[in-house]
Design a protein around this ligand. Structure first.
Ligand code: NAI
Length: 341
């Protein structure tokens, strides 16, 4: 997709972070932007921010909806058609939440919340909008679907189970759509950021009341630590500009850099780790030790650097913060070293 001006864009999670950056960039490119989000107050603030950014108020539509709910998503889709006169030419599904804790401590609520927002809302949007987009635009006007996934789609850690599973699924879905939409003149892209300067570290604050039985240790302190980490992330507008360049050039995966080759090494390393899962336990142990030794060699100080003070830890716990990724104290089957006692 190359021409954006005068067309319609629908962005989920558009009230904050990456989604708001996308609304700014595609709004500035002349699109009418519908931002859908579960938080009304954040939507109100986002509209003002978009107007101050130079986007005409009449080109912005804010829709409050819990997009994990199919009826609410359908109502949001009807609203954008009613107000802007058609389905989106560009559908960007960016809403997402995260929660960290040992996978063995996870509850159904942890899975339902994280996978509900990160995967189910994406499926809802694709099933509701894609038929409408094909009917309205196939082989007449460019159209494109995007999902904001994560580098977490390519790797899984012991404390990111539901999130990594949802993001890996979303990536695969977008590869399916990229091929499926081609005969209709449409395209698909999956954006896989690393760290974004956003509010995702505060997501626990609005976890729905019926999904609050978490197995993880969550507190003001863990949120403070996450906030400090995300403050070091990429600027959402810069990320959205990288995405726009990716859509214009037909990239299916968009990595968070203007130079995708800089991330290729990391992708290759992740693939190697996946290949290693096919090895015997002993072979894998050996390979993992060798990889670690190689990494230490690469980062070991040499010459004058030996006397230099060590660099500050990038992802340390800030004052008043707490480590995240631990289990709730009362889970009696969880290894004590993995929980907050
Ligand atoms: P954010 O918290 O600033 O924005 C996410 C938005 O999604 C919020 O405004 C929130 O209200 C909305 N949302 C949550 N549940 C919803 C629901 N049920 N229905 C409708 N809207 C809902 O976070 P951020 O970081 O901008 O997240 C955007 C996307 O980027 C997410 O998919 C996230 O997984 C992904 N991502 C974020 C990274 C980061 O470091 N922040 C790294 C990699 C990917």
């Amino acid at each position: 997709m190359k021409d954006f001006a005068g067309k319609i864009c629908f962005i989920t999670g558009g009230a904050s972070g990456a989604g708001l950056g996308q609304a700014k960039v595609f709004g500035k490119a002349g699109m009418k932007v519908a931002i859908a989000d579960v938080r009304q107050e954040a939507l109100d603030q986002a509209v003002e921010e978009l107007v101050n950014y130079g986007i005409k108020r009449e080109d912005i539509l804010a829709i409050q909806a819990d997009l994990t709910d199919r009826e609410q998503y359908k109502a949001a889709a009807d609203k954008v058609e009613e107000v802007f006169g058609g389905p989106p030419h560009l559908l960007i599904q960016t809403a997402g939440v995260n929660s960290f804790g040992p996978i063995e401590a996870s509850t159904f609520d942890d899975f339902d919340w994280v996978m509900g927002v990160c995967l189910d809302h994406v499926v809802n949007g694709l099933l509701i909008f894609v038929p409408r987009m094909i009917k309205a635009y196939a082989n007449k006007t460019e159209f494109h679907v995007v999902t904001t996934s994560s580098m977490g789609a390519f790797m899984a850690g012991p404390t990111t189970g539901p999130y990594s599973a949802a993001k890996a699924a979303v990536n695969n879905l977008m590869y399916s759509y990229a091929d499926a939409l081609k005969p209709y003149g449409g395209g698909a892209t999956v954006l896989c950021p690393g760290n974004i300067r956003s509010n995702i570290g505060d997501a626990e604050k609005y976890r729905p009341a019926h999904l609050r039985n978490t197995g993880y240790h969550v507190s003001e302190g863990t949120m403070k630590t996450l906030r400090a980490i995300h403050a070091q992330g990429i600027d959402p507008v810069e990320l959205a500009e990288i995405l726009k360049e990716g859509i214009e050039n037909g990239r299916v995966i968009v990595l968070p850099s203007r130079d995708p080759s800089s991330w290729a090494a990391q992708l290759r390393a992740q693939h190697e780790i996946i290949e290693d899962y096919t090895l015997t336990a002993a072979e894998r142990e050996e390979k993992s030790k060798a990889r670690m030794a190689e990494m230490m060699k690469r980062f070991a100080p040499s010459g004058d650097e030996k006397d230099a003070p060590p660099p500050p830890p990038m992802w340390g716990v800030p004052e008043g913060g707490e480590p995240f990724g631990l289990a709730r104290a009362d889970l009696d089957w969880v290894d004590p070293s993995k929980k907050k006692n």
